[in-house]
Design a protein around this ligand. Structure first.
Ligand SMILES: [Zn+2]
Ligand SMILES: [Zn+2]
Length: 241
């Protein structure tokens, strides 16, 4: 068994609020420099940069998970993480179908481009990705768990787009973990395993928060086992980062 550092909440140039510099390749290179072992790409409601992210992570020897930060009908942000790019892309299609039909205006709302591993632009997403999808928290949870993914309510202690801000508390659910941004967390997390991630939208913020998990191998199964048994350490609870 060994401890592995993970940051599983990262945005790329596909998120309208993400920096254009945040290509999947640049994210992987930065994550490697920062000493992370496992990373996940979680753009808002889309997994279209995951194919390039997968290649880039393989190149840098990083273990990668794929998915998105879904926005439920209640405007709650939810991390949906999968073992394979295909699972993430398929989930992304389901969410996109249910996403409000508001067209993105790149000049006003930000670019939403997906790229290849060499940073060539492959396309631009039409609907504004920040909006909510017409699915409840529970419906999104079911879609993720049915596909064997990890379902983690995001930044539950933030003042916007969180369980705390939208509902006032953390309802019971089949969460793989909950993501917190500070310690102590002002929202009760009960017995759910807790993780913290950077939620980076800019390269310098990658690994600003991270967690470590103890496992035999730094892969999806290893992480799942560590979450189930609570073998976790959070950077926000460490004396030194
Ligand atoms: Zn969020
Ligand atoms: Zn985010």
């Amino acid at each position: 068994m060994a401890w592995f550092r993970a940051d599983l909440h990262l945005h790329s140039c596909l998120s309208p609020c993400g920096d254009l510099e945040c290509s999947p390749s640049a994210i992987a290179a930065t994550a490697r420099e920062r000493g992370l072992t496992m990373v996940a790409l979680t753009d808002h409601n889309s997994a279209l940069n995951c194919p390039a992210f997968s290649e880039a992570c393989a190149h840098h020897g990083l273990s990668a998970l794929f998915g998105m930060e879904a926005t439920s009908r209640e405007e709650v942000h939810l991390l949906c993480l999968f073992e394979t790019v295909e699972q993430a892309l398929e989930m992304g299609e389901r969410l996109y179908e249910k996403l409000a039909d508001v067209h993105n205006i790149p000049e006003k709302l930000g670019d939403q481009v997906y790229v290849d591993v060499e940073e060539n632009i492959l396309g631009e997403v039409e609907k504004h990705l920040i909006g909510a999808v017409d699915l409840s928290v529970d419906e999104i949870m079911a879609l993720v768990l049915d596909r064997g993914g990890l379902f983690i309510p995001a930044h539950i202690d933030r003042t916007v787009n969180s369980m705390g801000s939208q509902l006032g508390f953390l309802p019971a659910g089949a969460y793989s973990a909950v993501e917190v941004t500070r310690s102590p967390c002002p929202i009760a997390t009960y017995d759910y395993p807790r993780v913290c991630n950077s939620d980076a939208h800019f390269l310098p913020d990658i690994a600003a928060r991270w967690f470590a998990f103890e496992a035999d191998t730094p892969d999806f199964a290893g992480l799942q086992a560590a979450l189930a048994t609570g073998r976790l350490k959070l950077s926000i609870e460490q004396p030194t980062a």
